[in-house]
Design a protein around this ligand. Structure first.
Ligand SMILES: [Zn+2]
Length: 262
């Protein structure tokens, strides 16, 4: 996953620099129609902001803004007197442009037009959460591990905010879905990790060898007869012209050269 890093070093939260042992991930949304993560990085990288998160997720990029084990200021305090700030890594999802808010509800949000934006952002959020769960040995399907701010309020570990449930359900996505997608993304990563350069080369060599054995198609018969007669293709010496193989630039200029001298 491509991850940029721009730590909010001027933010008081970073300056104080307390640490946590991450036991979960809390998902937020910014509550403002501003799709550019960089805008938040600029706005929050100063003193007296009084909030700070570990990352901003946008449509095309994810920017990490605090070390994952630094205590963030994102959840406030819940009804139990506890705070997810002490336990959860946090990230803000940037909302697309075009809507406003009234009493915590989105107004003028165009679900249809924003679908591509949402889908891309959602995938970035899944990827980031899967990466964090792997890195810190967390199971996203265990209760209280991967939660949004609104769920944190219900659990008594976050202030009374509705994110991301004021937004994601408009696209038919629940937090249960997000947790399942995160778990699945972690499995996909497992498969990727088994791939080495050596193994890839092996597979590629096998693929190319199999292609070389494929016979040519009937439609190219006149062209092949002509090319062979002119000596433009000369085959591999074993009687195979490897007609279904890829051609290198070296082979291309050789064929042109032979055409010129035919
Ligand atoms: Zn929030």
């Amino acid at each position: 996953m491509e991850l940029e890093t721009q730590f909010l070093t001027e933010n008081d939260c970073y300056q104080i620099g307390q640490t946590i042992r991450p036991q979960g991930v809390m998902v937020h949304s910014t509550g403002v129609a501003q799709p550019d993560p960089e805008v938040f990085v600029r706005r929050w990288n100063k003193p007296n902001v009084e909030k700070c998160v570990h990352a901003f997720v946008g449509r095309e990029r994810t920017i990490q803004t605090l070390p994952w084990t630094m205590r963030g200021w994102h959840a406030g305090t819940g009804t139990t007197g506890r705070s997810a700030n002490n336990t959860h890594i946090s990230f803000e999802c940037c909302e697309p442009a075009g809507h406003t808010y009234q009493g915590g509800e989105m107004v003028g949000y165009d679900v249809q037009a924003n679908r591509p934006y949402f889908n891309a952002l959602y995938q970035n959020a899944v990827r980031l959460t899967a990466m964090l769960c792997r890195q810190f040995g967390l199971n996203p399907l265990e209760p209280g591990v991967v939660i949004c701010h609104a769920e944190g309020y219900d659990l008594g570990v976050a202030s009374n905010h509705g994110d991301v449930l004021q937004w994601w359900p408009k696209h038919g996505v629940t937090m249960d879905q997000f947790r399942r997608d995160t778990a699945r993304a972690m499995e996909d990563n497992d498969e990727e990790d088994d791939m080495t350069q050596e193994r890839f080369n092996e597979l590629m060599d096998g693929y190319l060898a199999r292609r070389a054995l494929l016979g040519p198609s009937e439609w190219s018969a006149p062209a092949r007869a002509w090319a062979e007669e002119q000596g433009i293709v000369s085959g591999d010496g074993d009687g195979s012209f490897r007609y279904r193989s890829f051609t290198t630039r070296e082979e291309t200029v050789q064929m042109l050269y032979q055409l010129k001298n035919a």
